[in-house]
Design a protein around this ligand. Sequence first.
Ligand code: URA
Length: 177
Amino acid sequence: MFGEGASTAEVMIVGEQPGDQEDRQGHPFVGPAGRLLNGMLERAGIDREKTYVTNAVKHFKWTPDARGKRRIHKTPNGSEIRACHPWLEAEISAVKPRVILALGATAAKALFGPQARVTKERGRAIATEHADAGFITMHPSAALRAPPENRDATLGAIENDLRAVARYLRKTANGKR
Ligand code: URA
C-alpha cells in the first residue's frame, strides 16, 4: 500500500507500516493511530490537506493472537525496511516535500539511517537529502500502547514536536521548493 495526499504536499509524514484497518481499507493512517495523528496535526497548526502520508514498509506484518481472531502487529525488520525503500524513494522524488517527518523508530531509520534515534533527535530540524529539513517524533501508536497514566504525556510530547514542524514551515514559508 502506497501513500496518499497532494502531490504538492509541503510535509511528507512517514509511518511504520499499515495497521490492521489500513490493510483492510487500503489507505494509510485511517485507523486509531491515524485519528490521533489528525487531531494532533490540527492542534499543532499543520494543514492535513498539505500533507502526504505514507509508510516506510508497505505491507502489514502481523501474527495471529492466541485465539486466532485478531491480527497482532509485528515490528518490521531491517531487510523489510530495505526491500521497501525504492518505493519510499520514488514517493519522495514525486512529492518533493519541504519537510519530511518520521513517526517512530522504523521510519526514522528508513529515512535517516540505522543510527537515527527517536529520543535523541526528536523535535528539531535534521539535515537530510530528502527535503529541506527532516524531523522525527514518536509514533502515535506509542500513546495507544502507553499505560493510561502516561498517555497524555506521550500525546503532548508528539504534539510539541509537531509544533516545531509548524514553526519551521512558517519560518521558511518563502523558500518553497
Ligand atoms: N501505523 C502506521 O505506521 N501507519 C499506518 O498507516 C497506520 C498505523
